[in-house]
Write a protein that binds this ligand. Structure first.
Ligand SMILES: [Zn+2]
Ligand SMILES: [Zn+2]
Ligand SMILES: [Zn+2]
Length: 181
């Protein structure tokens, strides 16, 4: 995830005026552990800046997403935002539905997609939703042998939990128009 300073730098390099509000937004996203809804952000910002409208907050989120400092994901209960991964090469995400932790994956399915004739792709999205190892342990749905393996040591390393792929229902995949990375 991008740090407060990285977010501010990217915004200012692209000509966005760095107001006190935008600085606060940068800090909020850099420090947030998971995704935030526009309402979360509005409530937080409202405590600091009285009279701030929801529209202003939402417009800032849109701008920050367009500049590539925020990533936007559509969950079942609505659109949420988080600080963009610091990874700058093309990648996709596996997202835990419980803790909303995001695991970047390098695999891109575009080359394997059957394409309508003459279709020009401008951008694409590919997102996979499921449950991460920690949440599966909590929910008690890891198979016993993996439960044991996961229990001892636990390297704490970040990365996709590879054994997820067979046993977790893929709630949602899409190839749709929308902002790619
Ligand atoms: Zn990412
Ligand atoms: Zn999780
Ligand atoms: Zn891709």
């Amino acid at each position: 995830m991008l740090s407060t300073e990285e977010i501010i730098n990217i915004m200012s390099k692209q000509g966005l005026r760095i107001t006190d509000q935008r600085r606060t937004l940068a800090k909020l996203f850099a420090e947030a552990p998971g995704y935030l809804t526009a309402k979360d952000v509005y409530e937080y910002m409202g405590q600091k800046y009285s009279g701030l409208s929801f529209d202003t907050v939402y417009r800032n989120l849109r701008v920050m997403q367009e500049l590539g400092v925020l990533e936007q994901i559509v969950f079942e209960d609505g659109v949420k935002f988080k600080s963009h991964c610091s990874q700058d090469h093309h990648h996709h995400h596996m997202i835990c539905l419980q803790c909303e932790k995001t695991y970047p994956i390098a695999f891109c399915p575009m080359d394997m997609t059957d394409m309508p004739e003459q279709f020009e792709v401008i951008r694409h999205k590919f997102e996979v939703f499921g449950y991460c190892k920690d949440c599966r342990m909590q929910l008690g749905n890891l198979p016993a042998d993996e439960q044991a393996a996961a229990g001892k040591g636990g390297d704490g390393k970040e990365g996709p939990a590879l054994h997820l792929k067979t046993s977790v229902p893929v709630a949602h995949t899409e190839y749709a128009a929308g902002k790619s990375q």
